[in-house]
Design a protein around this ligand. Structure first.
Ligand code: PLP
Length: 367
């Protein structure tokens, strides 16, 4: 028998969450963001569920190629554009839309030989200070692009730094509105946090939204709001089984470094999951976990292949019991990846992207 750990990708939940983005922004077209191999889910595994999207957005040219190989003929946007001049050849061949965030990318376009002019998304730096033209350079970049025969349509985009938090999007939106005022072209502004939190604002609705993390069943503004609040469903389950049970007496310790010492008699389960599977080693003692669909907590340090869970109050559970590290458990139980991430000092994005290659992945298919 293989080691009992596995990851399940829930296609019905992916489709449901994408529809939530549509419901929040009924007038906008929706890019399903599938960068980083669909946030660790696998592009091929999310594709059917996201077919209802108006387009896909990603970073890597080879991921764009994989989408075309799956038969997707609709829009694909390269969120960071080209990394070198010859990437434009693949953009022409695969009919990719691409972001333009710096002058050098315009230089490459000006030298590019193509029969089919490209659609580009001119990116404004509205305060994130990672990629994009400054407000003062934005209009000049638009004018340069507009003069190129290689370009036939210029859309305008920006990326919010604070859509998930108390700063909000007011300042970035004002910067965008001023820089883009009276420039023609479709607009793309919102990530998941803006879709969920700010869609009722006039001006942010725009033409294209870019739904990433919400489609994967994680709340961008956790713990202020959780997935239940936003009606999102876990799209990835990491589950395993209890391999062994230990009865501890007061003074006994668990795991490397004996960091946890019990003060009372305890029953603990040893689970086939460790940091080499992508479970966070920094998850502190007490991280939530489901055993047989019931909530309990981890104990002591996470090691490479094993971790320990408290079964003291779950006498019916033992060797062979199903353990849900995150996602959908038995009998409709749910453990949001955000809760585990928080206990490990990180965010859902990082955990879902980091499930290890040695974990077999199975599909919960669309019906
Ligand atoms: C990753 C990314 C998104 C999606 O962000 P989420 O927070 O996952 O919704 C949107 N726009 C750009 C430019 C991105 O890089």
């Amino acid at each position: 028998m293989p080691r009992p750990i596995e990851a399940i990708i829930h296609q019905p939940a992916l489709a449901h969450n994408l529809q939530r983005a549509r419901d929040c922004t009924p007038d906008a077209q929706v890019f399903a963001v599938v960068k980083a191999n669909a946030y660790g889910h696998g592009i091929e595994r999310v594709f059917e569920a996201f077919r209802a999207a108006d387009g896909f957005a990603l970073l890597d040219l080879d991921e764009a190629q994989r989408l075309r190989d799956l038969g997707w003929r609709g829009p694909i946007l390269l969120l960071e554009g080209c990394f070198e001049a010859r990437d434009l050849e693949l953009c022409s061949r695969l009919r990719l839309w691409h972001a333009v965030h710096c002058e050098q990318q315009i230089d490459w376009l000006a030298m590019h030989k193509t029969h089919e002019p490209h659609r580009v998304f001119l990116k404004l730096n509205s305060g994130m200070n990672r990629l994009g033209f400054t407000p003062s350079a934005f209009r000049g970049a638009w004018t340069r692009l507009n003069a190129l025969p290689q370009v036939d349509e210029i859309s305008l985009m920006t990326h919010f730094s604070d859509a998930d938090g108390p700063r909000g999007i007011d300042r970035a939106l004002a910067v965008f509105e001023e820089a883009a005022a009276d420039l023609p072209g479709e607009r793309s502004l919102s990530n998941s946090a803006a879709v969920l939190r700010h869609s009722s604002r006039p001006g942010v609705r725009a033409d294209w939204v870019r739904a990433g993390i919400m489609s994967y069943g994680s709340a961008p503004d956790f713990p202020e709001h959780d997935i239940a609040h936003w009606d999102l469903r876990p799209t990835m389950t990491l589950r395993s089984k209890v391999l062994a049970v230990q009865a501890l007496q007061p003074g006994d310790s668990v795991g490397y470094g004996s960091t946890f010492v019990t003060e009372r008699p305890m029953r603990i389960g040893i689970v086939a999951c460790g940091y080499a599977d992508g479970y966070p080693r920094h998850a502190c003692h007490g991280t939530p976990v489901l055993v047989g669909g019931r909530r309990t907590a981890t104990i002591g340090r996470v090691s490479m292949d094993l971790l320990a869970v408290d079964l003291t109050d779950l006498p019916q559970e033992g060797a062979g019991s199903e353990v849900t590290l995150w996602g959908q458990g038995p009998q409709g139980s749910v453990l949001a990846i955000d809760e585990v991430a928080r206990a490990a000092g990180t965010i859902g994005y990082e955990l879902m992207c980091a499930v290890a290659r040695r974990v077999p992945v199975h599909l919960d298919p669309l019906v």
